[in-house]
Design a protein around this ligand. Structure first.
Ligand code: ADP
Length: 756
């Protein structure tokens, strides 16, 4: 409700009407009294006395109250007076009548004057009133906009908690539209309990005339702070209503709660922190001492709180120095010092401290967080000692050693390098070693600083020396990294390597020549063998025809001679075949035809082929063939290998000594072995056995026949099967030849190189 409304209400409309009526009545009564007086004096008393002074009463009253309308009263009274005087003079104009006219004119003048003055006065009053009302209206608007713009609910209640006014905010909070609050009370929107409490507060404000605050939490859990202020009648000072400003303090409450929780949390952290947390005031008196401080220092909180902190330091002045620095710099970090435990034992601590300030920012003390680093310090000392030892070792090394800091400063240089480069400790490495202002383009410093170990070669033009450098990072106690470089002088080695390189080149050229010669040799052998063999076949045919008598009967001597020629032709044929094989093997051109086959069958066939030869020497071949899987191999060639091994065994066996032939499966491989009890082979001979044309004793070869090619061919064939051939033997105790080949091969025809 606006003040204007209220001021209008103060001037009760009925009261105004009554007052106006009363005024009119008074004026009418006064006029009537004057009329009666005039009639009475003029007609009843018949006198001509002056009594018209009374006429001024209604005139003045009308002038004051009705302003210019007083003229009507003056006209009426003046006319009435003139008329009564005229009538009393028996309807004739006389001096008396003229006087009456004069009085009437004076009435008019007085009425006009009073009416005019009063009218002007009333006008000024009205203007003043209007101005006042305008002012009130403006204030009212300001007040209203203030009340409407606030985030708070604002409302006005009467003594019975009935709403007299409420701002939009509160309307929306209660879900009402403007004007709907009329007739409602606080109790309509709140619980009975809250309504009762609110009524008590309102009552208090009405009675005491003072403000108060009241907190309230609604059913939705929102908190409000209500400020109840009295609205007093400016004239009487009586409380007419109460303004309630209701502030939503839910957020503030939540923050307050969080703050309290944070404080508790912080308190817990401080209490349970592994670091010692202590607070000292500006005089160095301990104010707080957490559990960890108790553990590390050995003092209980109640023993030290309130006492000076100087006793904790080996040097009491240290306490003042720390305090001074903290006050000056605001904080210190990782400051190392030594404190004394309660039992007097010194401990190394690393301390961080900061100034503690009150709410106004005035320093009130220092908060210190310290950590026991005694073990760290001991470790550092150990590392330092080890580092010193290391430097001693470096000093006595035959290689050059130096250490460079992250910023390229030479930190250490050993004797070997000092001899070559002087003592540049403290100088920048690229300055002293390379006469450069900037780091060298080849420098591995940055890589090493990243943790890499680098090995590279450096040639010093100044010393004409070549160094093999190993550069590796070395961690220092303070966490920084130094680059450790080991200089190995490899100038001599380099020269030797160069020499070897040259020789290698020459050798390579010779090998190429040799390969060419070998190839030519193989080609020659292959060609000559082939050419030699060509006439053999017709020769053999002609001799066999002679032997079988197609060209006439021969005598016994002739038959023997032909027999000898044929036998030697067969040997020659074998020799040529062997030479052809070995030359193909050496040239890597031996042809293999892989197919599914049985090793045992190949063994049986070979035995059959060699049986008559064995009989001649009165030898027995014992075969121990176990069941084998079929393998992939060149049956013809493997039979050739087995035959050769059997033939050798027979050749070199002692008379009547049996031979044992065995086959066995070994994992994915097939193993063949043949054991004889003959001459045996020495260790040295074993090594050259599988090389072409290697007969251990050539006289024996001649005795037994043979070319020294059989085992070399056997080796080539077994290698072509991805297998291995070897011998175990002792001189005089016989020999065992083995070969092993994988059961599975690719079925193909291939030319296999010979690995000698
Ligand atoms: P050859 O045709 O001369 O037998 P091999 O290459 O088969 O050629 O054999 C080479 C040499 O290895 C033989 O001359 C012999 O000296 C030796 N040798 C081979 N097998 C045996 C064996 N079972 N006992 C002793 N010596 C052997």
């Amino acid at each position: 409700m606006s003040q204007i409304e209220r001021s209008m209400e103060n001037r009760h409309p009925f009261a105004d009407i009554e007052r106006e009526k009363m005024k009119s009545l008074i004026v009418l009564i006064a006029i009537l009294a004057c009329v009666i007086l005039d009639v009475h004096v003029t007609f009843i008393m018949g006198k001509e006395i002056v009594y018209t002074h009374f006429f001024y009463i209604p005139l003045i009253l009308a002038g004051v109250w009705y302003h210019m309308r007083a003229i009507y009263v003056a006209i009426f009274l003046g006319a009435f007076h003139v008329l009564t005087t005229f009538l009393s003079m028996d309807l004739s104009f006389s001096i008396v009548t003229l006087e009456a006219v004069q009085r009437a004119i004076i009435f008019f003048a007085v009425a006009y004057l009073v009416g005019f003055v009063s009218g002007e006065h009333a006008k000024s009053l009205l203007l003043e009133e209007k101005r006042r009302v305008e002012e009130i209206r403006k204030n009212e608007e300001k007040y209203r906009s203030l009340v409407e713009s606030t985030e708070d609910s604002v409302y006005l209640v009467d003594r019975n908690c009935g709403y007299l006014f409420m701002n939009e905010k509160h309307l929306s909070r209660l879900g009402l539209s403007r004007g709907q609050f009329l007739g409602h009370t606080y109790g309509n929107f709140h619980s009975a309990e809250e309504a009762k409490r609110f009524a008590e507060k309102i009552k208090y404000v009405f009675e005491s005339g003072t403000s108060l605050q009241h907190e309230y939490k609604d059913s939705a859990g929102k908190s409000y702070l209500k400020t109840l202020s009295p609205v007093k009648d400016p004239e009487t000072g009586i409380v007419t209503a109460v303004t309630v400003v209701s502030k939503d303090i839910t957020e503030i409450k939540r923050t307050e709660k969080e703050l309290t929780e944070t404080k508790d949390y912080l308190k817990n952290i401080i209490a349970s922190s592994a670091d010692t947390i202590t607070v000292v005031d500006m005089k160095g008196i301990v104010r707080d001492w957490n559990k960890s401080a108790e553990g590390i220092m050995g003092y209980r909180a109640d023993e030290v709180v309130g006492t000076s902190n100087r006793k904790f330091f080996a040097e009491p002045e240290e306490a003042d120095r720390i305090m001074e620095r903290v006050q000056k710099e605001g904080e210190i970090k990782d400051y190392r010092t030594i404190v004394l435990r309660k039992d007097g034992k010194p401990i190394h601590i690393s301390m961080s401290a900061a100034v503690l300030k009150d709410k106004k920012g005035v320093p009130i003390g220092t908060v210190c967080v310290s950590r026991d680093i005694t073990k760290v310090v001991e470790l550092e000392e150990r590392i330092k000692a080890e580092r010193d030892n290391l430097k001693l070792i470096f000093e006595s090394m035959a290689d050059g050693v130096y250490l460079v800091s992250e910023d390229y400063k030479v930190e250490f240089i050993n004797k070997v390098l000092r001899n070559d480069f002087g003592n540049p400790v403290g100088s920048i490495c690229h300055n002293v070693f390379h006469d450069r202002e900037e780091p060298c383009p080849l420098c591995k410093h940055l890589e090493v600083m990243k943790g890499k170990t680098v090995r590279w070669e450096w040639h010093s033009r100044r010393l004409n020396k070549t160094y093999d450098l190993i550069e590796t990072p070395l961690k220092n106690i303070d966490g920084t990294i130094s680059k450790l470089t080991i200089f190995r002088d490899v100038t001599e080695r380099k020269k030797a390597e160069e020499e070897i390189r040259k020789l290698n080149c020459e050798l390579e050229l010779k090998v190429v020549d040799l390969e060419e010669v070998t190839r030519m040799k193989s080609d020659f052998l292959s060609l000559t063998s082939h050419e030699l063999r060509t006439p053999l076949t017709p020769m053999q045919a002609q001799l066999q025809m002679l032997q079988e008598g197609y060209m006439g009967k021969m005598n016994e001597k002739q038959e023997d001679s032909i027999e000898v020629i044929l036998r030697n032709l067969t040997r020659l044929d074998k020799l040529i075949n062997d030479i052809l094989d070995i030359s193909r093997i050496e040239a890597g051109r031996i042809k293999m035809s892989f197919e599914s086959m049985s090793i045992n069958d190949a063994v049986k066939e070979a035995i059959k082929m060699q049986e008559s030869f064995a009989k001649k020497k009165d030898l027995k071949i014992r075969a121990r063939l176990t069941e084998l899987p079929t393998i992939i191999g060149d049956a013809e060639r493997l039979r050739q290998v087995i035959s050769n091994l059997l033939n050798n065994a027979i050749k070199f066996s002692k008379k009547s000594a049996d031979m044992i032939v065995e086959t066995r499966r070994v994992g994915e491989n097939v193993l063949f072995r043949i054991t004889d009890y003959g001459l045996g082979i020495s260790k040295e001979d074993k090594e050259k056995l599988f090389k072409p044309f290697s007969q251990i004793d050539s006289s024996m070869g001649r005795e037994h026949g043979g070319t020294g090619l059989g085992l070399a061919i056997a080796k080539g064939i077994i290698q072509a099967h991805n297998g291995k051939i070897w011998v175990e033997s002792e001189v005089g105790n016989g020999s065992t030849f083995y070969f092993v080949i994988p059961a599975k091969q690719k079925i193909t025809e291939k030319e296999v190189p010979y690995i000698g």
